[in-house]
Ligand binder design. Structure first.
Ligand code: ADP
Length: 415
């Protein structure tokens, strides 16, 4: 003994583990009697020149103890567990007094785990403390536009699914129990950008009386300082649970909850916290968490289990009939010249999303506004205007696509 290292597991093979040691992947013999999963940390020892994993140091779902941070100095933190206080090295993370932390089986610091606070049964601790400190507009419900399902074009089956998986759990969660099921707590909306994921989530919120809508963007959250993310998340869930019916909406959730085998500590911690917050929502709590992503495979699988984001709804690009409906929804109430054929647009916009169609009319509006001075009488949309707007949107799509290809190639080159 004496030469042990604690290293994170990247992959589990038959007799071996691939672990990360200072940035290099090394293969070690697996002498651990129990199941090990990627994300766990293992004790690796070197005997007779061979690296062997001999035990789990920290698990992905650690079985270590909860503790509360009492004091923080530059070098140390003082934590209080149920039975005693301990002094640990300062983990070089954003830890403040009052935070609940999780220790490893070996009694080392593992991560901040706020829910631990409650389990310590400390009545002096006000769970709202941090929320009040976080003066963030994300914690207050957002206004939702006054739109209805009829304003969402062309995806009847998507709308049906959303009604069943989001609206009913918000309005009448007991209906699920009647048929022996549990009401969904989390639903993933996935599909290309601009297919109406955010829009439909807001429409649902608008269909449920007094519903509040809390929204947060994954990329914003992942740029927060570590402690800030934790506080924000907890604040969101607390507020939503106090104000049901509520939707908590995570846009681009993949950036805050990436697969734990592909991310560093801060991301892993956010996923862990999100999981425990979702587990804390009551069955009939009338709180539904919606996450959106373009990259369903980039989401941590632990989030996609039943009881979490167990339901998934795909938002495809609209079909021809869908595009026709969306065109009619967004078409402004002005006159079109006889030569303008919307049917032609339906054909030509194959592959477009609802957002592209909406921006077509924005472009047309801009063209009209700019040309207004030269025209007489009330504005009429001419075929030329539509064609110019069409070309602009199509050029934007082509540019984006070219950029995406370049990025993909760069990524493949880097692998
Ligand atoms: P996503 O969240 O999938 O990226 P958004 O919900 O932000 O897309 O969509 C952007 C805009 O595109 C919406 O505000 C809406 O006006 C329009 N849109 C998208 N899909 C539809 C649709 N099926 N019907 C009507 N409008 C749509």
């Amino acid at each position: 003994m004496g030469n042990g290292r604690v290293l994170p597991v990247l992959a589990v093979e038959d007799q071996h583990l691939l672990v990360n040691e200072n940035g290099s992947i090394i293969q070690v013999q697996n002498n651990i009697q129990r199941q090990v999963t990627p994300g766990d940390y293992v004790n690796v020892e070197n005997t007779l020149g061979q690296d062997k994993a001999v035990g789990v140091a920290r698990e992905d779902d650690p079985s270590g103890q909860h503790a509360r941070v009492e004091k923080v100095t530059d070098d140390y933190i003082l934590v209080q567990t149920n039975s005693r206080s301990r002094i640990l090295a300062n983990p070089a993370e954003d830890v403040s007094p009052g935070d609940g932390v999780l220790l490893t089986e070996l009694g080392e610091f593992y991560k901040v785990f706020e829910d631990g606070i409650v389990e310590l049964d400390d009545t002096t601790l006000d769970p709202l403390r941090e929320v009040n400190e976080t003066d963030s507009s994300d914690l207050t419900p957002k206004n939702v536009p006054d739109k209805e399902y009829a304003d969402f074009g062309g995806m009847d089956d998507v709308v049906e699914e959303v009604k069943y998986k989001v609206e009913v759990p918000l309005k009448e969660p007991e209906r699920f129990e009647d048929v022996g099921m549990s009401a969904p707590k989390g639903v993933l909306f996935y599909g290309p950008p601009g297919t109406g994921k955010t829009y439909l989530a807001k429409i649902v919120a608008n269909q449920v009386e007094d519903a509040s809508f809390y929204s947060i963007r994954g990329p914003e959250l992942s740029h927060e300082l570590v402690g800030g993310t934790a506080r924000k998340l907890r604040g969101l869930f607390e507020n939503a649970q106090k104000n049901p019916p509520a939707i908590i909406f995570f846009d681009e959730i993949d950036s805050m909850a990436p697969r734990r085998d592909k991310t560093r500590d801060a991301g892993r911690r956010t996923v862990g916290q999100l999981l425990s917050l979702m587990d804390g929502i009551e069955e009939r709590g009338r709180v539904v968490v919606i996450g959106t992503t373009n990259l369903i495979g980039a989401i941590d699988p632990a989030l996609r289990r039943p009881g979490r984001f167990g339901r998934e709804i795909e938002f495809p690009r609209p079909s021809r009939e869908g595009r026709r409906e969306i065109l009619n929804i967004h078409k402004p109430d002005v006159e079109f010249a006889d030569t303008v054929s919307l049917e032609n647009l339906v054909e030509k916009s194959s592959g477009w999303t609802g957002a592209h169609i909406e921006s077509l009319f924005e472009e047309i509006g801009e063209i009209l506004l700019k040309g207004e001075r030269d025209r007489e009488g009330s504005p009429t949309i001419r075929r030329m205007d539509v064609e110019r707007a069409y070309e602009r949107v199509q050029a934007q799509i082509n540019n984006k696509e070219a950029q995406r290809r370049r990025e993909q190639e760069a990524e493949e080159g880097a692998d």
